[in-house]
Ligand binder design. Structure first.
Ligand SMILES: Cc1cc2nc3c(=O)[nH]c(=O)nc-3n(C[C@H](O)[C@H](O)[C@H](O)COP(=O)(O)OP(=O)(O)OC[C@H]3O[C@@H](n4cnc5c(N)ncnc54)[C@H](O)[C@@H]3O)c2cc1C
Length: 505
């Protein structure tokens, strides 16, 4: 081929590229948690220009692995579990041989005793005593009969627990922990919160299974998938791919304003190091808290939507890591701590998840303290929080001496749990109905949809939003994710061991 022909071909290539570029649509993704990243991951590989805007300094949102010196630890216990084969395969394709299987052991620390979780009858009866065990069964039976005959209207979390388990079990295993987690009495939280968590797991199943020894026992999974270098690998891997395909990820960048015109969103204003810049886009995907989205709309929305958005609240958390010169201090992957006197509600030991997370002969313990942003606990300085947790753990559990704790770190997490106040669903539905009026906006993610998502749900929502744009049709219903009617962790189980409590993430 002569020089002339080569020049013509290269000119033609430039023209085609320019044409393609014109066709490329720009998608602004708000939030680099798993939902936003999953969406950007798909779009960036399919000729969309993607910009992710994330206010934190790292990607991953609620599912991060934090690195401090030689220690890596997760932002709370994150095990991978999904009922969706599609999402499971997607995750395995993403992480490949980084995924390991981790045996699960979870216990509840309660009245200075350890109970297996899911509960095992013999262990539970031994722990709570025969009299309380008999009362539990009787109460449970009464509750079931009442529920069948009277079909009571269940409004609050307390109604739900008592209806499902009876008073004694509610008071023994659910009330204290729930109130520690939420910071308010159980009658102030909607029954919806426990809906999916306990469905199908009840004493009658357990007793039936013990008697007839059928193979169809419902159970919580006793082994789970986990990236051996920490849960944050899911986000890191997606972010690498987004960047590889030309997508942009703006960190330390907060969406402070979202411009709307008629039935569309036109741009977002982002604050980076005190300076604001406007970014225009064709499509907008939001995984930031749904009410923050409303507050940032410009011009402002009408008062009723604004007022409903103000009603939505979240529970926040301090995550306290203690670095310890010892390994396998507990046998557990994580432990729930019910007593009010102990400040933390859950603790996890990282070397029981993977030995790649801390140097040989050491481990990290991560403690979670539920609180509200701005309250006395949240405002404590890091040293005081670390000292509080250290003292409480060393003295209450007597598992390690002070001198083995070589350091600590506090990770403050705002908006960890959407609070399902009574009547929240109607409020959220009205907000969503209003936002659905913007044809180029899709809501995804845990706080983005105000739904108590696990990782798989957030990823699935992100994928659906991307596939809707790729296909040009809204054929994937994001709102259909995480409304399974059956309990999230049902599975067929061979051994008739017994369990009936719910999981809280
Ligand atoms: C302690 C704990 C334990 C858990 N355990 C499990 C588990 O075992 N298994 C499981 O499957 N799931 C678990 N989960 C749930 C899981 O972490 C979440 O479902 C998932 O990480 C949510 O991802 P997301 O993208 O929807 O939301 P997020 O992770 O909240 O992402 C939203 C992102 O938006 C950013 N953002 C917010 N506002 C703005 C703004 N104005 N501008 C720019 N960015 C903004 C945030 O910084 C954040 O990064 C757990 C959650 C917690 C808190």
């Amino acid at each position: 081929m002569g020089l002339k022909e080569q020049l013509i071909i290269s000119k033609l290539r430039v023209i085609v590229r320019m044409k393609n570029n014109k066709k490329r649509k720009k998608v602004i993704v708000m939030g680099a948690g798993l939902a936003g990243l999953a969406c950007a991951y798909e779009l960036s590989q399919k000729k969309f220009d993607v910009v992710i805007i994330e206010k934190w300094e790292e990607v991953g949102g609620l599912a991060r692995t934090i690195k401090k010196g030689k220690f890596s630890f997760d932002s709370g216990p994150h095990r991978w579990y999904t009922k969706s084969n599609m999402v499971n395969k997607w995750m395995l394709d993403l992480l490949g041989d980084e995924v390991i299987r981790v045996p699960r052991l979870t216990r509840i620390y309660f009245d200075k005793k350890f109970f297996y979780y899911p509960i095992k009858l013999k262990n539970a009866i031994g722990g709570i005593g025969l009299w309380r065990a008999v009362r539990s069964v009787l109460d449970y039976l009464i509750a079931r009969v009442k529920s069948r005959l009277l079909k009571p209207k269940l409004v609050t979390m307390e109604d739900g627990y008592v209806n499902q388990f009876g008073h004694t079990l509610y008071e023994t295993f659910f009330k204290r922990y729930s109130e520690k987690l939420w910071g308010v009495p159980c009658d102030r939280i909607s029954v919806d919160w426990i809906g999916q968590r306990t469905r199908g797991l009840n004493l009658s199943t357990i007793l039936k299974e013990m008697i007839i020894k059928s193979k169809k026992v419902v159970s919580l999974v006793d082994e789970f998938s986990y990236p051996e270098r920490g849960i944050g690998r899911i986000a890191e891997k997606m972010a690498d791919t987004v960047k590889k395909y030309g997508g942009e990820i703006l960190l330390n960048s907060e969406v402070v304003e979202i411009e709307r015109r008629e039935n569309q969103i036109t741009s977002v204003t982002v604050k980076v190091s005190g300076k604001e810049k406007k970014i225009e886009g064709d499509y907008f995907i939001s995984s930031i808290p749904i009410n923050d989205l409303v507050f940032r709309l410009s011009p402002e929305t009408d008062r009723s939507i604004y007022a409903l958005s103000k009603k939505l609240k979240y529970r926040d958390e301090l995550q306290v890591a203690l670095f310890v010169s010892k390994t396998h201090i507990t046998p557990d992957t994580w432990i729930y701590v019910h007593s009010k006197e102990i400040p933390f509600m859950r603790l996890m030991e990282m070397d029981n998840w993977s030995d790649k997370l801390s140097p040989v002969g050491t481990t990290t313990l991560v403690f979670e303290i539920a609180c509200n942003e701005g309250d006395a606990m949240w405002n404590k300085n890091d040293k005081d929080v670390i000292d509080l947790v250290k003292k409480s753990f060393v003295e209450e559990f007597s598992l390690i001496p002070y001198k083995t704790i070589t350091g600590g770190y506090v990770h403050r997490v705002p908006k960890e749990y959407p609070v399902y106040h009574i009547g929240y669903r109607q409020d959220v539905d009205k907000i969503k109905k209003y936002l659905s009026g913007f044809f180029n906006l899709q809501l995804i993610g845990r706080n983005g949809t105000f739904r108590y998502n696990n990782m798989d749900h957030s990823i699935e929502m992100g994928l659906y939003a991307a596939w809707n744009l790729i296909s040009g049709k809204k054929k994937h219903d994001i709102e259909s994710v995480n409304i399974e009617r059956e309990y999230l962790e049902e599975k067929k189980f061979e051994s008739p061991e017994d369990e009936f409590v719910e999981e809280k993430h």
